[in-house]
Design a protein around this ligand. Structure first.
Ligand code: SF4
Length: 362
């Protein structure tokens, strides 16, 4: 069944769907999937900007992390309407208005035949640009833009100029069929664009965070003992790695194994540890979750220092949210909705007597 869905709740943010149009034809685009996967996002008719504004303002905005101009197609195909809506929202005086973000393929200036990045200023609080390729050939193969090669340079230029006008620019890739080397190349390319402007920003993939290489050698077992409040002395280190760099960002992974079930007794006696199977937060962090349109997680599996955690059905898990925005008593899933992560997640596999401790800081 199809219907015109203009706004929808996605992972705690309010997503805005104003158009099906796009200047590209990405090989992974969900617009090309069967009707059943469209879920009503395919618009029979583009809503007027007034209708979009009315629908947004009709909601309790305080419950959302962000308002996101996203899809179904490319939102900058309606850049002028989007800017008008942003202006109206900012002028509405609503004290529950969350930050506004644009998810874009970065072709907005090409599509509108002018540099639209200055017009983002004061309207968009953040912009996420899809990079999707570490070089022109790969980018064109995956995204198949109507403008051809001009789209590659246009997208890179959009990233560079957007950083002058928007407080936060995030570059994303869809982890469609990329090797770790290709993901690393994307990360480097994003950094180069940032460095050309002297501005830092994050490179995030869908469900995969690319991390800077960093110093090694911390005593991860001692750190885990202190942080988790456990006696880990009986465990043998199976593997450990740490990419935390001088700025504190990075991922550390520690895997310990026991010959006897000594750790299980400690975990069973500690109310912070929950028995498996874990809830959505646990599933997302350790193994990732998908719906018909997207995927988020796993968080601790990347091309550098990460680990693929095998399915675990029996055991315990614990997540410590160390983020400065974390509040006592809030829903633990809030950590999934932040721009950055500071968390420690631990998982104990009873059958294998194996403990995984992952510490992520971005
Ligand atoms: S840019 Fe987005 S909407 Fe356009 S074809 Fe690619 S995935 Fe689809």
């Amino acid at each position: 069944m199809t219907g015109d869905i203009i706004t929808y709740d996605y992972f705690g943010s309010l997503y805005i769907n104003m158009t099906n149009r796009c200047d590209s034809h990405c090989v992974f685009c969900i617009r090309d999937q069967e009707d059943s996967a469209l879920g009503g996002l395919w618009l029979q008719e583009e809503p007027t900007r007034e209708a979009v504004l009315e629908e947004i303002l009709g909601q309790d905005l305080g419950g959302y992390e962000e308002i996101v101009f996203c899809g179904y197609g490319e939102p900058t195909c309606r850049a002028d309407d989007m800017f008008w809506i942003c202006d109206q929202l900012k002028a509405s005086g609503r004290d529950d208005l969350p930050p506004i973000r644009l998810n874009t393929n970065g072709h907005g200036s090409l599509i509108n035949h002018r540099d639209i990045t200055p017009e983002l200023a004061g309207r968009l609080d953040a912009v996420s640009v899809s990079l999707n390729g570490s070089n022109k050939e790969e980018y064109l193969r995956l995204t198949r833009p109507g403008a051809g090669e001009a789209a590659w340079e246009g997208m890179l230029d959009f990233i560079r100029t957007a950083t002058q006008h928007v407080p936060r620019v995030v570059v994303t890739i869809v982890d469609y069929d990329k090797t770790p080397e290709e993901i690393e190349a994307c990360r480097r390319l994003a950094e180069e664009q940032a460095m050309k402007r002297g501005i830092g920003f994050l490179l995030l993939t869908v469900g995969l965070v690319c991390l800077l290489a960093g110093c090694q050698g911390k005593d991860l077992t001692a750190q885990a003992e202190k942080e988790l409040g456990l006696d880990l002395s009986g465990g043998t280190v199976v593997t450990q790695s740490d990419t935390h760099s001088g700025n504190g960002d990075g991922l550390s992974v520690l895997v310990l194994r026991w010959e006897e079930e000594t750790l299980e007794q400690q975990l069973a006696a500690d109310a912070r540890w929950q028995p498996l199977p874990g809830d959505l937060l646990c599933q997302t962090l350790f193994w990732g979750v998908s719906d018909e349109t997207s995927r988020i997680g796993p968080f601790f599996q990347d091309n550098e220092g990460g680990i693929e955690i095998p399915p675990v059905t029996q055991g315990y898990w614990l997540v410590l949210d160390r983020h400065s925005q974390a509040k006592e008593g809030e829903d633990p899933e809030e950590l999934l909705h932040r721009y950055s992560y500071n968390c420690t997640a631990a998982l104990y596999d009873t059958a294998q007597r194996t403990l995984y401790v992952c510490r992520l800081d971005t």
